[in-house]
Write a protein that binds this ligand. Structure first.
Ligand code: DHB
Length: 286
């Protein structure tokens, strides 16, 4: 992610600046086309194109001028890379939080750590032994109750600041029927699915982790948020903040102001004056 993109988020109405994931060394990412909009979302297999973690440290004094939290997402290619990057970035005073990505679905030949509970536990223990800042993690979507429980047990043993649910739904396939060709080039056309397709899964992951995690771990919701009522749903499930992915790519940074205004409208119509009164208050039919 370039400095200009992060600065444009700084100037927008977003509540924070969150970089896309970085690695130890710069990467150009997977071959293009590697992102495609779909009727109700997106598919991508970007392959973590980024400038290398040192650049995101260098950018930090400039980005702090916008007066909002600056969060760097870390997605090392190896266990050791993650430890090195977290150690170094956590020493930079203008970086407020780190988000360790346990769930990039687009690395060729590499599984997601977030589906290996034992490995996730070992990585978190090591990372927290070197980290001097509040750190959260980004998780892949889970689908089975037992997997939510196994991951929550691991996470409740860590001093996590937050958990972000969910990363894209890994390895979907989207096709253009005229040319009979997959829409994106990497990985035989397979890529992470975002947008409306994933919203029910994202809400369910937020809800389950809200139920299972220690209350001092905040939950950040992401997946298919396009308008203010989507955010309201994520709040009901237990998110205290949200991230915007596909909608930001498709609409640009003005989406933050629009969505915030829409959320205000939903809250007013329903008679709420504070998000605190909404967070986690989902009702279940009796
Ligand atoms: C990429 C994809 C992800 O889902 C993610 O969390 C980070 C990076 C990528 O392919 O670049």
């Amino acid at each position: 992610m370039m400095l200009e993109e992060l600065e444009s988020i700084g100037k927008s109405k977003s509540g924070a600046i969150l970089s896309k994931s970085c690695t130890l060394e710069p990467r150009s990412g997977n071959p293009e086309p590697r992102y495609s909009a779909l009727p109700f979302g997106s598919i991508n297999s970007m392959g973590i194109p980024n400038l290398g973690y040192k650049k995101y440290a260098e950018f930090s004094p400039k980005l702090k001028q916008f007066g909002k939290p600056y969060i760097v997402s870390v997605s090392g290619m190896t266990f050791e890379d993650n430890v090195t990057i977290v150690k170094e970035l956590s020493a930079i005073s203008e970086i407020d939080f780190l988000e360790l990505n346990l769930s990039c679905p687009n690395l060729i030949g590499k599984p997601q750590v977030g589906y290996d509970f034992e490995q996730s536990k070992i990585l978190l223990e090591k990372v927290f032994s070197v980290c001097k800042k509040p750190l959260g993690i980004k998780l892949p979507p889970y689908f089975d109750f037992i997997h939510f429980e196994q991951m929550a047990t691991v996470l409740n043993q860590s001093p996590l600041a937050f958990v972000t649910c969910i990363n894209s739904l890994g390895n979907g396939l989207a096709i253009d029927i005229e040319s009979e060709t997959a829409l994106i080039k990497p990985k035989g056309g397979f890529g992470g699915i975002g947008g409306k397709y994933v919203k029910p899964t994202a809400l369910a992951n937020v809800r389950k982790f809200y139920e299972l995690l220690n209350k001092n771990i905040s939950i950040i919701g992401v997946g298919g948020i396009k308008n203010g009522s989507d955010v309201f749903e994520f709040l009901l499930c237990g998110s205290t903040a949200v991230q915007i992915g596909t909608t930001l790519v498709e609409e640009g940074v003005q989406c933050f102001e629009r969505i915030e205004n829409e959320l205000r409208g939903v809250m007013e119509r329903k008679g709420y004056s504070s998000v605190e009164d909404v967070i986690g208050k989902l009702k279940i039919k009796k």
